[in-house]
Ligand binder design. Structure first.
Ligand SMILES: [Zn+2]
Length: 412
């Protein structure tokens, strides 16, 4: 089965070289692009491309006229907490009415309300919620997704979450990655005995998860009031020992030390980074650890945005993700992330495109997606005929995604 997309106004391959797995610093603004082009997909892979004035000669089963729309790789969302039960919109209303975080927590809000809900939700129900969200994400252009556990905070419920993430896979089109985030918060019952929970994580949970193949990554919430850098070290060291790659939630609330720990343990990415000093920038400068920025969270919580410009100007590998979760970023919309990246963090539309696709795939160390180089998986979007990418942040209330393909199949 071969499909040809013709009359593509701009075909953003991002990179033509299947062995280029990221673009860093100043290279981010130059994703590889062909104007007035065609692209052929064979089954689920990119087969070939060229210019319309040198038309394709191959026989194909189907021709789609893109009418000068832009074609780009599908979004890769490398940081989500998609598996949760219920919603927390009542907390938003409380916030709007001026209630403090403490008052909201006392009224049954905050992360522990999500923990409570996970305990009381069956695997089947969780699976249904997860599939439902992933289908919506696909229609919005998200073609690869990472999902974290972290609302269980005990052996049984963390494992339940990870198992459901594995069970989701046959029901959705996207490739799904699982991340163990048992170190999301300190469970209430360990408030005065933190060391006990760290031991449980390192001696029981991580070894079991590695042995059962339940997760691809281990993540730690390294923030003041959550996990300290030395606790984070212990957890990451254990993950490394069991052959699991690591990620860190770092520097959302202050200079948490999370970037230092992440780089030390060769984290595939450090995520959030709203608060960065000169030392952190220096560390990320030439590092293979991806700086993943989550502007939807800053938008929803009215936090300062991460210093994207500083990171890019200092040669970091920057990626963008949604941080979809019920408390601090109830939006999985990567197209909206793109707009925020441009309008609030001063990233150029092309830099943002690189960050949403190729660099995001590198934050998962997935070398099969993120670009439209030959042989890569056919995950792509077609936009309406908007001429150039600058229309995306400019007409920020409109959505120009016209069609979405995952592994050679149309999902929109
Ligand atoms: Zn997160």
């Amino acid at each position: 089965m071969k499909i040809c997309l013709k009359n593509i106004g701009k075909l953003y391959l991002v990179t033509e070289n299947p062995n280029v797995h990221y673009l860093r610093g100043k290279d981010m603004k130059n994703p590889f692009c062909l104007e007035n082009a065609w692209l052929i997909i064979e089954v689920d892979k990119i087969l070939d491309y060229g210019f319309m004035d040198a038309p394709f000669t191959q026989e194909v089963n189907e021709i789609i006229d893109c009418n000068q729309g832009i074609v780009l790789p599908g979004f890769v969302d490398s940081h989500t907490h998609t598996l949760f039960a219920g919603t927390r919109d009542h907390e938003l209303i409380m916030k709007l009415k001026g209630f403090t975080y403490e008052e909201i927590t006392q009224n049954g809000g905050g992360i522990f309300s999500s923990v409570e809900k996970i305990k009381n939700t069956s695997e089947n129900e969780l699976l249904e919620h997860g599939v439902d969200y992933l289908k919506k994400m696909a229609k919005n252009g998200t073609t690869t997704v990472e999902i974290k556990s972290g609302y269980g905070l005990d052996f049984e419920n963390e494992i339940k979450m990870l198992k459901v993430i594995q069970q989701l896979k046959p029901f959705v089109e996207q490739n799904v990655y699982a991340t163990f985030l048992g170190a999301h918060a300190i469970p209430k019952e360990y408030k005065n005995h933190r060391e006990g929970y760290i031991q449980k994580l390192t001696q029981k949970m991580i070894p079991y998860i590695a042995q059962e193949g339940l997760a691809d990554f281990v993540d730690v919430f390294c923030e003041t009031g959550f996990y300290t850098p030395s606790e984070t070290c212990k957890i990451l060291e254990c993950a490394n020992k069991y052959g699991l790659k690591v990620k860190v939630h770092a520097n959302e609330l202050d200079l948490s030390g999370g970037v230092q720990v992440g780089v030390k343990y060769r984290a595939v990415s450090v995520d959030h980074l709203e608060c960065l000093g000169a030392e952190e920038i220096e560390l990320l400068k030439n590092s293979q650890t991806v700086a993943t920025l989550l502007p939807s969270t800053a938008f929803y919580l009215r936090l300062q945005y991460a210093p994207a410009r500083k990171l890019i100007d200092n040669n970091a590998i920057v990626s963008l993700a949604s941080d979809f979760n019920p408390g601090t970023s109830p939006s999985f919309n990567m197209y909206f992330v793109w707009i925020l990246a441009c309008l609030q963090m001063k990233m150029l539309p092309e830099e943002s495109l690189t960050a949403l696709t190729l660099n995001a795939a590198y934050a998962l160390r997935d070398t099969q997606v993120g670009s439209l180089a030959k042989g890569k998986i056919a995950n792509l979007l077609i936009t309406q005929p908007i001429g150039n990418l600058s229309k995306i942040p400019y007409f920020f209330g409109e959505n120009f995604i016209h069609k979405v393909m995952i592994k050679g199949k149309w999902v929109l």
